[in-house]
Design a protein. Structure first.
Length: 335
């Protein structure tokens, strides 16, 4: 009862309801909320603090920036006790009760669209500045539509309730699998990549998807938090691929599936020289050995040939009786 009363007290104020509505549509920083509401930063920060303490908003630190989003039942995958399913239900039901034609909220959402357009502009600038390198890389392998179709097929025989995309980059896997997943989180170390991923998530209206800054060697989630995970064109950057796979296995639930997309062995030196690839492709036997070391059961590889680079899809599952001796990582960014 006290938990629900605290949540209702935290929401029962006009500005806080406006903030709640905004954070239900998109992850936002304090400065973006200030810009939309036209109120002072100290006042907005106080509202945010009270709502986070009551568990109706989640706060995530990303470098010097703090991001806020509505607590939702579909996103409660971290095992963090402070975020209650009851409070999440209350917040979601309240959002549904706000009239679509409310003039104040409608104006706020128009200003939110301006924020999104600015994110789109910055994303377009980034893509334009790197277009030549990316186009050259794409020309070396099979069409990306074929890769996407293969990834969907790799997960197609099971229901995805909680997906983790490790090394999410621009968020393309979230956009691809987000429509068939109950909830999804993408992690990356690069703030710029996370910004691009947020832009894509907003554009696709995937409010049940989110991104977080995190290290693939030390994921900020409890053991067995996800029933599916992906590593899409990530492992060739890893100094210690087994450590990455072991961490992925730790956060997978028993019988959870991991899909790794990467290149077969190749002689394209440009990828090491210009794109910082640590591994010039990965041999199938080596990948199966890595799976074994990480406590995963590997499945047959699928190869997509076309061009100088062959794209491989490796699938693995965490065994039902697998022992997880790795301590759960501390949940980061929720303070």
């Amino acid at each position: 009862m006290e938990e629900l009363l605290q949540a209702m007290r935290a929401i029962a104020e006009p500005t806080r309801i406006r903030i709640l509505a905004l954070c239900a549509h998109s992850e936002l920083t304090v400065s973006e909320i200030v810009q939309i509401l036209g109120q002072s930063q100290p006042r907005v920060s106080r509202h945010l603090r009270l709502m986070v303490e009551a568990g109706v908003l989640q706060r995530y630190q990303e470098g010097t920036w703090a991001w806020y989003r509505l607590v939702s039942r579909s996103a409660l995958v971290t095992g963090k006790a402070r975020y209650s399913d009851r409070v999440a239900s209350l917040a979601e039901e309240l959002i549904d009760l706000i009239p679509d034609d409310d003039p104040v909220v409608s104006r706020d959402l128009e200003r939110l669209d301006n924020v999104r357009r600015e994110r789109e502009r910055q994303a377009a600038e980034f893509f334009a500045s790197n277009a030549e390198d990316w186009d050259r890389l794409r020309a070396l392998h099979v069409d990306e539509a074929e890769v996407d179709a293969a990834v969907l097929k790799a997960f197609g025989d099971r229901t995805i309730n909680r997906l983790l995309d490790i090394g999410t980059g621009t968020g393309t896997v979230l956009a691809l699998l987000g429509r068939i997943a109950g909830s999804a989180i993408g992690v990356d170390l690069s703030p710029q990549m996370l910004s691009l991923a947020r832009t894509l998530i907003d554009r696709e209206k995937l409010t049940h998807c989110q991104v977080r800054q995190a290290d693939m060697y030390q994921l900020p989630f409890d053991a067995a938090s996800f029933d599916a995970a992906s590593l899409h064109m990530v492992l060739h950057y890893a100094e210690d691929p087994v450590a990455v796979l072991r961490e992925a296995a730790r956060v997978l639930a028993p019988n959870g599936r991991l899909v790794v997309v990467d290149f077969a062995p190749h002689n394209v030196e440009e990828l090491r020289a210009r794109h910082a690839h640590r591994w010039p492709g990965i041999d199938d036997k080596l990948m199966q050995d890595w799976f074994l070391e990480a406590g995963l059961e590997g499945e047959p590889v699928e190869k997509l040939e076309g061009g100088a680079l062959t794209v491989c899809l490796w699938k693995a599952v965490r065994p039902e009786q697998a022992e997880n001796n790795h301590p759960a990582s501390v949940i980061a960014g929720n303070t």
